[in-house]
Design a protein around this ligand. Structure first.
Ligand code: EPU
Length: 306
C-alpha cells in the first residue's frame, strides 16, 4: 500500500503516458504525479522515497519513447502556472512572458513550453532564441539535455538554473556549473524547476525574420510535426551526421511493423497509425547494426527510452 499523505490530489495510479509523448506510443505509468509548485514537488519526492518508489520526470515528451509495458514507479510532470506559465519574474505576474528588470533576460518555469517561448521571443525582439525555432519540449527538458541544432543550443542562452534535488532541496546553479556540452549537462538526477535565459535585444522585424529562416530550413529537411516522431533518434558522432550515415547505408524507408525510417531525414523514425513502441525499438536496433556494419560507426541514442 502506498501512502500519498498531503499529495493525494495530485497523484494518480495507472495513467496512460502515450498522450504525453509526441510518439503517442507506450504503456502507462504505475503512478503519475503533477505537482504545481516547489513545495508540492518536494512533498512528492519525499513520499516517493518513503514508499521506496523510483521516479522519473516527464518533460514535453518530444524526445521520449515509452515502452509498451509502461513504467514502474512514479512519473512526475510539472504542472500549473508556477512551472508551466511563462515563469515568475518577481513582479507576481505569470503567464505573460514578461522580461526581467534588466531587460535582457527572462525567468521561466521548468514546465514552460519551448515552442511558445521561441515564437514569443522572435516576435518581441529577444535576439538569440531563434536558434531554438522548431524545437518542441519544455524548458526543463531542453535544459536537461541541452537541446539544440545546427544554429545553436539552449545552453548558449542559460544564465542560471533552479534545481530540486531528489531529497527535495532547492538550489540555484550557474550555467558554468551545469557544464553544457553537445546534448549533455550535469543536471543528472535533479529536476529543473526554473531557468533564467538571456537574450540580446534586437528589432522584432529582424528576430522574426531569423526565426522564420531557421523554421523554414528545418521544415524543408525534416518530417513535418504532424508525423509522429521523437526528433533525431541518434546523436551525431563527432564530425559526422547520423542522418547522412543512415541514409548512406540505404535505410530510408526501412520498416519494422508500423515504424519507418523517414524518407525526409534518415535520423527520424516515424510511427504509422499501427505502430508500437516495440516496432520503433526493433527498427532502432536494425539501423544501429546496419550502420555499424556498413559505415563502421556505432550510433548512440539521443532519445530517451523508458
Ligand atoms: N543528410 C543526408 N541524409 C539525411 C539527412 C541528412 O544526407 O537523411 C545530410 C544533409 O544533407 C546534411 C547533413 O546530413 O549535409 C546534416 O543534416 P542536417 O543539416 O539535417 O543536420 P543533422 O546533423 O542531421 C542536426 C540535429 C537536429 C537539428 C538539425 C538542424 C542532431 C543529432 N541532429 O541534425 O536535431 O534539427 O541539426 O539544426 O544533433 C534533434 O536533436 O532531435 C534534431 C532533430
Amino acid at each position: 500500500m502506498h501512502s500519498w499523505t498531503g499529495c493525494e490530489a495530485i497523484c494518480q495510479p495507472e495513467v496512460a503516458l502515450a498522450p504525453f509523448t509526441w510518439y503517442k506510443l507506450g504503456g502507462p505509468a504505475e503512478w503519475f504525479a503533477a505537482p504545481r509548485n516547489e513545495a508540492e514537488l518536494s512533498l512528492v519526492l519525499q513520499r516517493c522515497a518513503e514508499n521506496g518508489l523510483p521516479w522519473r520526470i516527464l518533460g514535453g515528451g518530444a524526445n521520449l519513447l515509452v515502452r509498451d509495458q509502461g513504467v514502474r514507479g512514479v512519473v512526475i510532470r510539472l504542472d500549473g502556472e508556477t512551472f508551466c506559465g511563462a515563469g515568475n519574474n518577481g513582479s507576481g505576474r505569470r503567464w505573460a512572458l514578461q522580461p526581467n528588470a534588466d531587460g535582457r533576460s527572462v525567468t521561466l518555469g521548468g514546465g514552460a513550453d519551448l515552442t511558445r517561448l521561441t515564437k514569443h521571443a522572435a516576435m518581441n525582439g529577444w535576439g538569440g532564441f531563434e536558434r531554438l525555432a522548431g524545437i518542441p519540449g519544455t524548458v526543463g527538458g531542453a535544459v536537461t539535455m541541452n537541446a539544440g541544432g545546427r544554429w545553436g543550443c539552449i545552453g548558449d542562452l542559460v544564465r542560471s538554473v533552479a534545481l530540486v534535488d531528489p531529497d527535495g532541496r532547492q538550489r540555484t546553479v550557474s550555467a558554468a556549473e551545469l557544464g553544457f556540452e553537445y546534448r549533455r549537462t550535469r543536471v543528472g538526477e535533479r529536476i529543473v524547476s526554473a531557468a533564467v535565459l538571456e537574450y540580446t535585444p534586437d528589432e522584432p522585424r529582424r528576430t522574426w525574420q531569423r526565426y522564420l529562416e531557421v523554421w523554414n530550413a528545418k521544415y524543408a529537411s525534416q518530417p513535418p510535426v504532424s508525423e509522429r516522431s521523437a526528433g533525431c533518434i541518434f546523436k551525431n558522432p563527432p564530425g559526422q551526421s547520423a542522418g547522412a550515415l543512415i541514409d548512406r547505408a540505404g535505410l530510408k524507408g526501412a520498416r519494422r511493423g508500423g515504424a519507418e525510417v523517414s524518407h525526409r531525414h534518415a535520423n527520424f523514425i516515424v510511427a504509422q497509425r499501427d505502430a508500437t513502441a516495440a516496432d520503433v525499438l526493433a527498427l532502432i536496433d536494425a539501423v544501429r547494426e546496419t550502420v555499424a556494419r556498413e559505415c563502421g560507426v556505432v550510433l548512440e541514442l539521443e532519445i530517451v527510452v523508458w
